[in-house]
Design a protein around this ligand. Sequence first.
Ligand SMILES: CC(C)(COP(=O)(O)OP(=O)(O)OC[C@H]1O[C@@H](n2cnc3c(N)ncnc32)[C@H](O)[C@@H]1OP(=O)(O)O)[C@@H](O)C(=O)NCCC(=O)NCCS
Length: 172
Amino acid sequence: MREVRLRPYTADDAARFDAMPQEPEGVDFFGYRRTNAFAARYARDGFLGEDHGGLAVDVDGAGYVGDVQWFALHHGPKGVARALNIGIELLPEHRGRGYGTAAQRLVAEYLFATTTIERLEAGTDLENVAEQRALTKAGFVREGVLRHAWFRAGAWHDQVLFSRLRGDPSPA
Ligand SMILES: CC(C)(COP(=O)(O)OP(=O)(O)OC[C@H]1O[C@@H](n2cnc3c(N)ncnc32)[C@H](O)[C@@H]1OP(=O)(O)O)[C@@H](O)C(=O)NCCC(=O)NCCS
């Protein structure tokens, strides 16, 4: 497989994302976004804020293939029970080639190396078999189902929750 890397976003990435057409299918998924949303976020913190971050996924010979992101959440008192929830989206033409598995391994390694976080989480639709397989292969453990945990495309969807703890075995 080609080498997969994570890298910080650039101002050019942000301008390119803002210029992308917003298709009706995208609206079906989560809704329209502001047309300067990426430039504004890039100007604020380069997409690497304390409680919310993201990196571009690059593949040798193919360039930019998608994104990984994370945000902080708390299962108890703030400052005591903080976790990071990760997400990923690859461009459709780059799916099914192992890049999603590799990128989620890399983002876990990156977050464990650069923060003191103990627990990473990831949630996905119950029907999203590819993401569940990719997370498992990236060292995440399935915890259970959150019923009607998120709203998209006009309906509530069940979400499967996965986690990876700092001390969990690294995937082979
Ligand atoms: C989900 C996603 C990140 C997975 O990454 P990927 O690079 O496409 O997946 P990989 O090539 O690493 O494959 C991971 C596993 O899923 C399987 N898989 C891939 N596409 C599949 C599909 N459409 N249906 C079922 N299984 C699939 C692979 O066979 C592999 O399992 P295996 O090792 O047992 O054969 C990617 O497809 C994507 O970005 N999808 C759209 C956004 C999304 O669903 N994000 C997830 C969080 S909401």
